[in-house]
Design a protein around this ligand. Structure first.
Ligand SMILES: Cc1cc2nc3c(=O)[nH]c(=O)nc-3n(C[C@H](O)[C@H](O)[C@H](O)COP(=O)(O)O)c2cc1C
Length: 180
């Protein structure tokens, strides 16, 4: 395959969009979209621009929930990505519903088919990459929509229906595995 050298400032090669939800110090529910995450075993890592409202609160140790939106929620995702929680909660304006998690002190996004409740265990801010904050969380509990599960309560892989985010810093957008 012939390849060309490119000079992108970013390379988002197709990541699932997540909505991270948490409470601020006044108990107000907040939600922010991101695509920089990965999970291994009982660990989740989220990558944030350090200046973001979510980054600041999670860095301070707030519990959080990683919620996986499906394509029906793309407008909510775009709205949440265009505003900061520093202006107030985005839940209502994004037509999203916060529900208290039974497992951590954080709200679950009711409309999302997968929600993963987490507790912050470590924050990494490397001098090699100033301006980035990595939040390492321990997974406390996982909730999955009934229709994503088989009779043995295991995941039906064919049901997973993420919003995929890709871009090079200039061209960016969503892709989908299935029609919603
Ligand atoms: C699809 C999508 C993916 C995004 N991915 C990230 C990300 O991985 N890390 C990040 O810091 N911001 C990301 N953003 C930008 C933030 O969501 C945006 O700056 C938001 O306004 C931050 O809100 P907050 O200040 O309430 O945290 C993404 C936005 C969208 C729409």
């Amino acid at each position: 395959m012939e390849k060309l050298e490119v000079n992108f400032e970013k390379m988002y090669y197709g990541f699932p969009v997540i909505l991270t939800s948490f409470y601020d110090e006044n108990g107000v529910a907040h939600v922010t979209p991101s695509s920089s995450s990965y999970s291994l075993k009982d660990m989740v890592v989220l990558g944030f621009n350090s200046k973001g409202f979510a980054a600041q609160h999670l860095k301070a140790g707030a519990d959080f929930v990683v919620n996986l939106p499906d394509p029906s929620l793309q407008e909510s995702v775009s709205y949440c990505g265009s505003r900061s929680g520093s202006e107030g909660s985005k839940f209502a304006a994004a037509s999203l519903t916060p529900e208290a998690s039974e497992h951590v002190h954080a709200p679950v996004v009711k409309e999302c088919p997968i929600s993963i409740a987490c507790r912050v265990v470590e924050v990494v801010e490397s001098e090699h990459f100033p301006g980035l904050t990595h939040i390492m969380g321990r997974i406390i509990s996982r909730s999955v929509a009934k229709e994503y599960l088989n009779a043995e309560r295991r995941l039906q892989i064919g049901k997973i229906n993420p919003i995929i985010y890709g871009g090079d810093g200039v061209n960016k957008g969503f892709r989908f595995l299935q029609e919603s």
